[in-house]
Design a protein around this ligand. Structure first.
Ligand code: ATP
Ligand code: MG
Length: 161
């Protein structure tokens, strides 16, 4: 990993901007990001890879279109990032399996959409290497939200190294 201190908010905007430039017409993006800098100790390229996969999935598994909502919530010691779509959704009993290598829900349905089933397994490894967690919420036919946390870099206090 090539770790550096960087503002996650501007990185998130940058990635969303890049998708927005080549956006399919039937998808709308909504951003709910805070108006401040939030510093995270990160491997930028790796986190870009995580968000690229989550956003690509949100678009790919939303054949009817709809809104993709990007949120960033600041808590005391961490941020929670969420990316919500209004696509086909995932059955409750498969929600944990999607983070396994090569797992794809309903092979017949997703075969034509392409992919290897590695994206979320790699994303999980990367998020956990940053001491974060990743999970999914979904309702079949309604949509999916992928969430992950990352530890915030604390402000240096007197007496701490
Ligand atoms: P790859 O990312 O390797 O190109 P993939 O997209 O199939 O292939 P993952 O990103 O790991 O693989 O996702 C695993 C499976 O989880 C997908 O095949 C799909 O069935 C399901 N899935 C992931 N994201 C969503 C989503 N936003 N909506 C509905 N299903 C999803
Ligand atoms: Mg994928």
């Amino acid at each position: 990993l090539h770790m550096e201190k960087a503002d996650f908010v501007s990185l998130f905007h940058h990635i969303i901007d890049r998708f927005e430039m080549n956006m399919p017409e039937h998808i709308e993006f909504v951003r709910e990001l805070p108006n401040e800098r939030l510093y995270v100790w990160m491997d930028k390229d790796k986190l870009i890879q995580v968000m690229d996969n989550i956003i690509t999935n949100a678009i790919k598994y939303s054949p009817e279109g709809g809104t993709i909502t990007f949120k960033l919530l600041k808590q005391r010691h961490q941020i929670i990032v969420s990316i919500a779509d209004q696509g086909m959704g995932i059955a409750y009993d498969k929600l944990e399996k999607i983070f396994e290598r090569f797992y794809r829900v309903d092979k017949a349905r997703t075969r034509k959409l392409g992919g290897t089933g590695l994206g979320l397994a790699i994303s999980k490894e990367i998020v956990e290497a940053h001491h974060g967690r990743i999970w999914a919420k979904s309702k079949e036919g309604k949509g999916t939200t992928i969430l992950f946390t990352l530890p915030l870099m604390g402000k240096k206090r007197r007496g701490s190294k």
